[in-house]
Design a protein around this ligand. Structure first.
Ligand SMILES: [Zn+2]
Length: 176
């Protein structure tokens, strides 16, 4: 067999195996090994990109939401049993985004002293719409249950999508 030749990837000229620049166009000749390393790096980067795109598409919506800036700020809340046997949760929420928010609903979930959810109730917040930087009261009532230990508050759009809310309860009273 003849000595190994190098084919120029620019002009296609066949050069002697020991040549480092093309005899015809004077451009640098890359070795086979160099080209292979480049190809492998390209393939690895390509696979990594596909994995990243796939991971982003598989990310659930509520996590995507949390990547964005919070739109609401939960300023205060209190839960108490009324004389008529209702458990009331009321408080204040501020729109901290640049846009007004319409038809916001508040959901209160009650848990027992462990972590078992025992009841859940939903209500519209008082202001509709809530303008940018406006504070709206909210109030949710549900039948009292002696098992009630702690509660969670969340805010949703009419479609049921969670609105990312920053909890500043106990930190923002001075502003009220
Ligand atoms: Zn060449």
């Amino acid at each position: 067999m003849a000595a190994r030749k190098k084919r120029c990837r620019f002009c296609g000229a066949i050069n002697p195996g020991e040549a480092t620049v093309c005899e015809l166009c004077s451009r640098t000749l890359s070795s086979k090994r160099h080209t292979m390393v480049k190809s492998i790096i390209g393939i690895v980067l390509g696979i990594a990109l596909i994995v990243v795109i796939y991971a982003i598409q598989k990310t659930p919506l509520h996590i995507t939401g949390s990547l964005h800036a919070p739109r609401l700020e939960l300023i205060s809340s209190s839960g108490y049993a009324s004389i008529s046997g209702e458990m009331i949760v009321e408080g204040k929420v501020r729109n901290i985004g640049g846009d007004m928010l319409e038809d916001i609903q508040v959901t209160v979930s009650w848990y027992d002293k462990q972590v078992n959810k025992i009841s859940k109730a939903k209500s519209d917040i008082y202001l509709n719409p809530v303008l940018s930087f406006q504070v709206s009261p909210f109030r949710v009532s549900m039948p009292h249950d002696p098992q009630m230990g702690r509660y969670d508050i969340s805010f949703t759009t009419p479609k049921g999508e969670a609105i990312y809310t920053r909890d500043v309860r106990g930190k923002a009273e001075a502003n009220e």
